[in-house]
Design a protein around this ligand. Structure first.
Ligand code: TRP
Length: 445
């Protein structure tokens, strides 16, 4: 293959772990998982989720790292190199291209949502007590220019971190901010223990109700596990490209999966007890949970004007560390091919995501009645194409490629597992992962 410009490596073993955990920990952990667990059988769901992380998430994560690390390049060229070195068609690089597209699409709406979180740092610090939290949210989102400003700020920070490079940009960012994220989360959980109805929170999240478990529960858990680990678009593959060769892929993946799950569980323990203590009920996940129910809780809670902003800072850090991994694959490709510099690539692709994001901004206000795919707004259509189609498709093909088409020696060179572990991994990546991810794909369409 032609000579590609080298990207360099992370400094130290923990930087990969922090960067990959940063990618994995995002809005999905904080406003997605806890609500899903609480309303789908509590502890029963948590157990199924853990199993999904173990038998679907980790094997695919390891596969992505294997492909990325051996080529040390973007998903497009890493896939191409793995395919050519296995005497397969270079068309397998299409998986990489799909990843670049998915990353930009997902970034476009992720940034709008994260922008609202930045806005809420200020809103929760100085709440207008004349307004109900519904009214506040509706005022915030009905102004397209307001959303656009925060969306712009978020994209600029994302592109800025990436423009500064792998060691000095992304690496430094996650080494400072991921520990801070952990610290804020611990504070929020302590607050929930002291100020919240912690027992009821525990019950909501963990008391197992197996009567609620049905085939749909398994699909939701699989989809959530897959999404939460940021699989299917080459984010982990790209980060794996910067991982040093002496780092063990199995134990590193277990650490990342474990930290991601820990954050999701702690988020639930930080959120539900304080909601219950303020006499509210949890009746939605996502935007409604955070901007309406939880915001109302902060208005009346002891020190709510401190914990409110802290919570939104937590969300912003979690989103930023995810958004950089959505943009990095595209930047890596165009800078390693020497087409443009890393800096230009960061701002050009950041601009592209920003531009597409205008559609999501308008879905909250001017174009809220406009329908694109079926009865979906522009925002929901992009979520659908990115999250529900491209991610599972990417994951499915990665599993099929690595399990059935890539040379075993190339894989073992990277994994260096004992025969027993290698065969177990092969079983999951060949059979379990494609069937599971295929099922997610079919049911989400
Ligand atoms: N894992 C992120 C979350 O939990 C969302 C996500 C999915 C993602 N796929 C990704 C983030 C790819 C970065 C890259 O919110």
């Amino acid at each position: 293959m032609e000579q590609l410009k080298s990207h360099g490596k992370w400094s130290g073993k923990w930087t990969f772990i922090l960067a990959a955990t940063g990618s994995a920990v995002g809005l999905g952990n904080i406003w997605g998982f806890p609500y899903m667990a609480g309303t789908n059988g509590g502890g029963a769901f948590v157990l199924i989720y853990l199993a999904c992380i173990l038998i679907i998430g980790l094997p695919i994560m390891m596969a992505e790292i294997v492909i990325g690390r051996r080529a040390s390049s973007s998903p497009v060229n890493s896939m191409k190199s793995a395919a050519l070195d296995s005497n397969r068609s270079s068309n397998w690089q299409l998986i990489g291209w799909g990843g670049l597209v998915a990353g930009i699409l997902i970034l476009s709406f992720y940034s709008v949502l994260a922008g609202i979180c930045i806005n809420y740092i200020f809103i929760s610090a100085l709440p207008d007590l004349q307004l109900s939290s519904e009214e506040q949210f509706s005022i915030t989102t009905s102004s397209a220019s307001n959303l656009l400003i925060w969306h712009t700020v978020f994209i600029l920070v994302t592109a800025g971190v990436i423009a500064s490079g792998i060691k000095n940009g992304i690496g430094r960012f996650v080494r400072v901010l991921m520990p801070l994220l952990g610290f804020i989360l611990i504070l929020m959980v302590l607050n929930a223990v002291i100020n919240g109805d912690f027992l009821r929170g525990l019950q909501f999240l963990f008391s197992p109700d197996f009567s609620q478990v049905n085939p749909q529960t398994f699909l939701s858990a699989m989809g959530q596990a897959f999404f939460s680990l940021s699989l299917g678009m080459g984010a982990i593959m790209t980060y794996g490209a910067y991982m040093s060769d002496d780092q063990k892929i199995l134990s590193t993946s277990i650490t990342v999966g474990g930290l991601d799950t820990l954050v999701a569980l702690m988020a639930g323990l930080a959120i539900f007890p304080i909601i219950f203590a303020s006499g509210l009920e949890v009746n939605s996940g996502g935007v409604g949970l955070v901007f309406i129910t939880l915001s109302q809780t902060f208005e009346t809670m002891f020190l709510g004007q401190v914990f409110g902003p802290l919570f939104f800072i937590l969300l912003v850090i979690a989103s930023l560390s995810s958004s950089i991994s959505l943009l990095e694959p595209s930047v890596a490709y165009f800078s390693e091919k020497n087409i443009i510099s890393r800096k230009s690539a960061a701002f050009i692709f950041g601009f592209l995501a920003w531009f597409l994001g205008i559609g999501s901004v308008l879905s909250f206000n001017i174009l809220s009645d406009f329908q694109l795919l079926g009865d979906r707004t522009i925002l929901d259509s992009i979520v659908f194409i990115g999250n529900n189609l491209l991610l599972p498709l990417g994951g499915l093909f990665v599993a099929i490629f690595v399990g059935w088409f890539m040379k075993k020696e190339l894989i073992q060179e990277q994994l260096q597992l004992s025969d027993g572990f290698l065969n177990t991994w092969y079983f999951f990546i060949r059979f379990v992962a494609p069937i599971a991810v295929g099922a997610i794909l079919i049911t989400q369409i």
